[in-house]
Design a binder for this molecule. Structure first.
Ligand SMILES: [Zn+2]
Ligand SMILES: [Zn+2]
Length: 274
């Protein structure tokens, strides 16, 4: 199994050391683990790596990676926030870093001189929010900076799937052109769905990834990456098996991970938890 989206205490709202994640990964049969803590960014600085911690973060990944190299491949990743216009700052950050995998995620969506966070579920319905969200996704893909879009379908917690798919469709050929992967993010299995009629949230419904959109992505030849988006050691590997079973029914037959920013393809059928 591979788990290519995981967080540690370096993300501040995450828990556990890199080594603690690795130990759970080994127990669960994860043989490629990419650590992808939130990259430094000018918003929400308490919930991510600080610029001054970046060196230590990668040194720690390398230290643990060397300790466990016989048993598991541990890769150097980051999940970077994307807001249109942030490209220069990101290039500056990446200049001196050797990275295996870079996820670009839209967590903050510009609206009315401010931002809507993608977990502010009651706000995700408005056309103005969605227009801005999809503009951000489009710019993210066009920037050519990222290997994958992180949880592009996280808005499905509050947005109907048909509406999401319709708005995403123009991006499908762009992803192929720009060689950007669509992340199958298994955290959707442990998230709530928002019911706009009652204003309540409930657990237990498949939220994302979008199986409907996956079919269109497969037809276009877009690649996929896979991650639990663990924010604690016990979440490593969680939901991955269920996600790949569903992805297989939607037509996915291979999954990629990235090493030194190069794609490594694995047949979906080869992925197993222990
Ligand atoms: Zn994220
Ligand atoms: Zn994440």
């Amino acid at each position: 199994m591979i788990d290519c989206h995981t967080h540690t205490s370096y993300s501040k709202h995450g828990r556990g050391s890199i080594e603690e994640l690795v130990q759970v990964a080994l127990e669960r049969g994860v043989s490629v683990l990419t650590i992808t803590d939130h990259a430094p960014f000018h918003i929400d600085t308490d919930n991510r790596l600080l610029q001054r911690e970046v060196g230590e973060y990668f040194n720690e990944i390398d230290r643990v990676s060397a300790m466990y190299e016989r048993d598991i491949t541990i890769l150097r990743g980051l999940e970077a926030d994307f807001i249109p216009g942030c490209e220069e700052a990101l290039l500056g950050l990446l200049r001196d870093i050797d990275l295996d995998f870079l996820i670009g995620s839209v967590h903050y969506v510009p609206l009315d001189e401010s931002f809507v966070r993608v977990w502010e579920l009651p706000q995700l319905h408005s056309s103005r929010f969605l227009d801005s969200y999809f503009t951000s996704l489009r710019e993210l893909v066009l920037s050519g900076l990222f290997d994958a879009i992180g949880h592009p379908d996280a808005v499905l917690r509050a947005v109907p799937e048909d509406r999401y798919c319709k708005m995403f469709t123009p991006l499908v050929p762009l992803m192929k052109q720009k060689n950007v992967n669509y992340e199958l993010n298994a955290s959707g299995l442990r998230k709530t769905v928002y019911d706009s009629t009652s204003g309540k949230e409930r657990y237990g419904t498949w939220t994302y990834p979008s199986l409907k959109l996956i079919r269109a992505l497969v037809d276009e030849g877009v690649g996929f990456t896979l991650g639990s988006d663990a924010h604690a050691p016990e979440e490593v590997g969680i939901g991955l098996e269920q996600t790949i079973v569903a992805a297989a029914t939607a037509g996915v037959d291979s999954i990629s991970y990235y090493q030194r920013r190069k794609r490594v393809n694995l047949p979906l059928a080869a992925l197993r938890m222990s």
